[in-house]
Ligand binder design. Structure first.
Ligand SMILES: *Cc1c(COP(=O)(O)O)cnc(C)c1O
Length: 458
């Protein structure tokens, strides 16, 4: 049947028809309606151009939909896309650090959509202390007297400095004037807090006598965990216990920026022993600050635990109002703390991933490779190592197995294909091989992974 141009034009569905067609339901879940409308208009317009040029076009909604999908992919690449993290880096800062536990997601579901007694005393019917329960649970977990939550650990450190040492001085070792990822430079944070820096010791050697000499008119002693690098060789640093004794002698608070803040025994999970928040509190740190989304395994937050009088000073500071955490953060952290208190930390993805044995990873990788049999790629299994990442536990690796892929064409092109697939896969390229570590792949993603590799190999 030979249709005239006009007839062909008339067969093109309207924007409204397409948007209500079930083929578009998926796109409308992912993208805002105006984006999809823009895509539909653009695709329909090029269809009209083609018809004018005498080119045949398909007017089937699913065909148009896949064109629109291409348009949206180009215009809004990776729009809020869950990705498969096959890098083997558990706390990947660019991929959102810690994934949430199912329990935390559930509590978000039940609490975030409702009103909650965040700052309300149900007994008296009056305003109550903000997030009393989370504070109590954090104290229970860490052995501290009280706790406080702000937006991230950078804010926690800044608040502590502003509240306790503004217009005064803080004593810190030259070995701890570090930069943590994303431009968090300890000396600059001190400066912004209006705190005078009293550097003591040298880069590699600092002794308690160095602190002692400088601490007479200081407002705080500050210890910062170098987090993302490690000094070896001729090194001496002062432990919390020793610093705490000096702090008591001089009647100044000891503040410890722990960074990652392990609350469990990392040795049980295949890593070296990491000093825990509870130990730091027990050893006499007056305030301990750490991130909610590093080893702790929650969401972005800064957690401060320690002495009740100091915590209430921080609460009262006007800066607190600027950086206090949102209820969503507090709901998530409450769930995570409860998980720890229940002794179920293996349910936190970060902790679970640290604990997966190489044997288990090998078995999963073998299954994925088996599912890929018959495709035109050189795939094999090799030993390798995973990292905790997120600026924590530098130089510590966990033994793993990697799925290694060699391609006939460019390996970078293959990596790009995986990154830009519907469900992006992020791996690493080393020595002309694309490497995938299943330690950081959620087990339920394994079969999607083999499907995506198969598609990319075509
Ligand atoms: C990561 C880190 C920070 C910053 O924490 P955020 O939660 O990312 O703001 C501050 N101090 C130390 C020692 C860190 O390791």
């Amino acid at each position: 049947m030979d249709l005239s141009v006009n007839e062909r034009m008339r067969r093109i569905p309207s924007v409204e028809e397409l948007l209500t067609d079930k083929a578009f339901a998926g796109l409308l879940v992912r993208y805002p309606r105006p984006y999809v409308t823009e895509g539909v208009r653009s695709v329909l317009s090029s269809m009209r151009d083609k018809i004018k040029d005498g080119i045949d076009v398909s007017c089937d909604p699913p065909d148009i939909c896949s064109e629109v999908k291409g348009f949206l992919n180009d215009s809004y690449p990776g729009f809020m896309t869950p990705v498969i993290n096959a890098t083997g880096i558990i706390l990947h800062t660019n991929l959102g650090r810690a994934p949430l536990s199912q329990e935390a997601i559930k509590s978000l579901g039940s609490l975030a959509g409702a009103y909650i007694d965040l700052e309300y005393d149900l007994k008296t019917g009056e305003r109550g202390p903000r997030n009393h329960d989370l504070r109590r649970m954090l104290s229970e977990l860490t052995g501290a007297e009280d706790a406080l939550i702000v937006n991230n650990n950078a804010a926690a450190v800044l608040l502590t400095l502003v509240a306790l040492a503004n217009k005064k001085s803080a004593v810190i070792s030259r070995g701890e004037l570090v930069q943590i990822g994303g431009g968090f430079r300890v000396p600059e944070i001190l400066e912004q807090g209006g705190v005078t820096l009293k550097e003591v010791g040298t880069t590699n050697q600092t002794y308690i006598e160095d602190y002692e000499k400088a601490s007479d008119d200081a407002a705080i002693l500050l210890k910062v965990n170098p987090s993302n690098y490690e000094m070896t060789g001729f090194v001496h640093t002062v432990e919390i216990k020793e610093l705490a004794a000096l702090a008591r002698k001089k009647s100044v608070p000891l503040v410890y920026d722990m960074g990652s803040g392990a609350v469990i025994d990392t040795e049980k999970h295949g890593l070296k022993h990491e000093y825990t928040v509870r130990q730091a509190v027990r050893d006499g740190a007056d305030l301990v600050c750490f991130s909610g989304d590093k080893l702790f395994g929650g969401c972005q937050a800064g957690i401060i635990v320690g002495r009740k009088d100091l915590i209430s000073e921080l609460y009262k500071h006007s800066f607190m109002r600027v950086i206090r955490a949102d209820k969503v953060t507090e709901i998530i952290l409450s769930s995570v703390v409860k998980t720890y208190l229940d002794g179920k930390e293996d349910e936190l993805p970060v902790i679970r991933m640290m604990g997966i044995s190489p044997k288990e990873i090998k078995a999963r990788a073998e299954k994925v490779i088996k599912e890929l049999s018959g495709i035109q790629l050189d795939i094999h299994l090799r030993e390798g190592s995973s990292m905790v990442g997120g600026g924590t536990l530098p130089n510590q690796t966990l033994p793993t197995y990697l799925i290694a892929v060699r391609t006939e064409g460019s390996i970078d092109r293959f990596a790009e294909k995986l990154r830009t697939s519907d469900c992006p896969v992020i791996g690493r390229v080393e020595d002309d091989e694309f490497l995938m570590d299943l330690r950081t792949v959620l087990p339920e993603q394994d079969s999607s992974l083999s499907y995506i590799i198969r598609e990319a190999a075509k």
